[in-house]
Design a protein around this ligand. Structure first.
Ligand code: UTP
Length: 405
């Protein structure tokens, strides 16, 4: 089918009208960009509000702070050995747009210093370096960017000498993009002849690594465990030998760093079992009874809040790579070109983005070890400029942990 008929078949005739206003060269590029679009995904907008039914939810057994303290030396030794043997790699998810922070630069390039410069990326490299120093071997670091921030991210690292990490141990890869539509499922434009596209969510990292040929590289290097982490938690331990050792010892296919919920109603996703598989349930999906249910030791049964720091078994990832992970339809504010050709930055949500989520990969892994960490020592996410989970709150936590700002 030619592009004209494809657009008609998917109810996207408005794009043909737009194409008619373009120069020949612009139209050629526009159609080339449209050829890349997965039109089946767009049809998901029709069921945007539908919530798939949940399976049977049950608590999941985890590794508590007390148990970690008791077996710390054993886990640390096992993790160190795995790192020294080159079995551990790290993947930094930095493809997001950080819209809540309100800066158009890559989030990791944000300066969180007070009396001197301290960039988010810099702090993360320092945290990773702790594991390198403890283990006596480098951990290869793969950084996922997006079309929107790739050049800037690479240039930022180069300009800062990779913050002292060997350049040869750092590789960048670009994540795949997904289209943005209005509430009626019509593809939006972000410029003349340019469909609005956005990164396809934090679950896109593995397929994007595959596309970049990097999963083959991991296999060639003998990497068995991949520590995937978000750009915004400046306190997190990366390639943490204790976490690596505990996950290996558990025999599970992945590990998830978790913090205990501060109180039963706290608005965080909790790790649990759904029909026997690890799953993250959002706070509003837990009944009050479940939120308050207690385990045998008196602690809350559903209290493991995820912090987006996971350890994945590479062999298992390769096995599940052909399985489709669900695409979530998410309401967002999407800048778009209106009928008059004016670029509008909406104040309120005006359409949908299509995203895959890393927590759906955890489910596919089949088994997962919740590994508890102390919130005040390992969780300082930067989502907003001020208030909750902000630059301000992260600075406070960094100071409490002895980081000079
Ligand atoms: P968030 O879900 O907090 O999104 O990302 P965000 O883009 O950083 O921020 P907002 O919502 O626009 O304010 C959690 C982690 O997943 C990464 C982010 O970079 C962050 O490390 N991410 C998110 C990607 O790498 N790609 C995506 O498509 C989305």
């Amino acid at each position: 089918m030619d592009i004209e008929n494809i657009l008609k078949a998917h109810g996207q005739e408005h794009l043909l009208r737009h194409a008619a206003s373009l120069t020949e060269e612009e139209r050629r590029q526009f159609f080339a960009a449209l050829e890349e679009i997965d039109w089946e995904t767009l049809s998901l907008a029709e069921q945007a509000e539908a919530q798939p039914p949940r399976g049977k939810i049950a608590p999941i057994a985890g590794c508590s702070l007390a148990e970690i303290a008791r077996r710390r030396a054993e886990y640390a030794a096992a993790g160190k050995e795995a790192i020294r043997a080159g079995k551990v790699a790290a993947v930094l998810l930095a493809g997001g747009q950080g819209t809540r922070l309100g800066s158009s630069a890559p989030k990791g390039a944000y300066n969180i210093g007070v009396s001197r410069e301290l960039f988010i990326f810099e702090q993360l490299i320092r945290n990773l370096t702790d594991a390198v120093e403890f283990s006596g071997a480098y951990v290869p670091l793969y950084i996922m960017t997006s079309d929107k921030n790739d050049a800037e991210t690479r240039a930022f690292f180069a300009a800062h000498g990779y913050f002292g990490y060997p350049e040869s141990e750092i590789k960048f890869f670009v994540q795949e993009m997904a289209p943005c539509v209005d509430f009626c499922g019509k593809l939006l434009l972000e410029g003349r002849g340019r469909p609005a596209l956005s990164p396809n969510g934090n679950g896109g990292w593995y397929s994007s690594m595959q596309r970049a040929g990097l999963t083959q590289e991991l296999a060639r290097r003998g990497v068995e465990w991949i520590n995937v982490f978000a750009v915004d938690n400046v306190l997190q331990r990366i390639a943490d030998p204790v976490f690596v050792g505990a996950t290996i010892a558990s025999g599970k296919m992945c590990g998830a760093k978790v913090v205990r919920k501060a109180y039963p109603g706290e608005k965080v996703g909790v790790l649990c079992l759904e029909d026997g598989a690890p799953s993250v349930v959002e706070y509003y999906e837990l009944s009050e009874e479940m939120a308050n249910a207690r385990a045998a030791d008196g602690s809350y049964a559903y209290s493991y809040g995820v912090i987006l720091n996971y350890l994945f078994n590479a062999a298992r990832l390769a096995q599940i790579s052909s399985e489709k992970i669900p695409v979530h339809v998410v309401k967002k504010k999407i800048p778009y070109l209106d009928g008059q050709g004016v670029l509008v930055s909406p104040e309120r949500e005006n359409g949908y983005k299509f995203e895959t989520l890393i927590l759906d990969m955890v489910r596919l892994m089949g088994s997962c070890l919740p590994f508890e960490v102390e919130r005040s020592r390992e969780f300082a996410p930067i989502k907003n400029k001020t208030g909750v989970d902000s630059v301000e709150s992260a600075r406070e936590l960094l100071k409490q942990n002895g980081v000079q700002l």
